[in-house]
Design a binder for this molecule. Structure first.
Ligand code: ZN
Length: 206
């Protein structure tokens, strides 16, 4: 057991478990020389504001060929996969990898959530985009990390940002509903083509 953290969701009980077989190597993360190289004073002016790093020829999701997987290969693992039946979701350090169904009864639903617990759980106010997978259809390639809740009995909740083939977020993993919009930050708008709900969507808890 590498780590165990238990988080409480007002709508449901949430457990996030990490159980990796080997200690992940995090040295490359810690070695990033960001702090010493960062010069915000030189960057954050209106005079020099421009899209300095944009490369029209670099791989980009907005221009990706949708007929095949698109792997940006962010993170330390380079073994993500995607086929017509299942695809991988991998954590940044690569210690944990799951395989989930991309179609059929195993892929239960897809959503965006703006509840306060999602703020804390993701350390973000941009909303949680995730999908629900039947417990019987989630395969642990290595380690374990997932979210479960009484609002989703028998299912696992996988955050969409862990998916390796990013074309899936434009396809079968595109959010179907957006909920807890009453708590969405005022500068965000509802996702285009996604059903909108002010509160919890999935009905009474069992
Ligand atoms: Zn939420």
């Amino acid at each position: 057991m590498l780590r165990l953290s238990v988080e409480t969701l007002s709508a449901s009980e949430v457990h996030e478990q990490r159980d990796a077989p080997d200690e992940p190597q995090l040295s490359s993360l810690h070695a990033t020389p960001f702090a010493s190289d960062h010069q915000p004073a030189a960057i954050m002016t209106t005079d020099n504001a421009q899209d300095k790093t944009y490369d029209a020829n670099a791989p980009a999701l907005s221009r990706a060929d949708r007929s095949k997987p698109f792997f940006p290969l962010s993170g330390l693992a380079k073994d993500g996969f995607s086929n017509e039946d299942e695809a991988s979701a991998t954590c940044f350090c690569g210690a944990v990898q799951l395989a989930f169904p991309v179609k059929g009864e195993g892929l239960v639903d897809t959503f965006i959530c703006h509840c306060y617990d999602c703020y804390k759980l993701t350390a973000s106010v941009m909303g949680t985009a995730a999908f629900v997978v039947k417990g019987t259809h989630l395969r642990h390639v290595r380690g374990e990390v997932y979210r479960v809740g009484t609002g989703f009995p028998g299912n696992f909740i996988v955050r969409i940002g862990t998916v390796d083939d990013l074309n899936l977020i434009e396809g079968p993993l595109k959010p179907r509903i957006e909920m807890f919009n009453k708590d969405r930050a005022s500068y965000l708008k509802g996702a285009e083509g996604v059903e909108q709900y002010q509160g919890w969507y999935y009905g009474a808890y069992s």
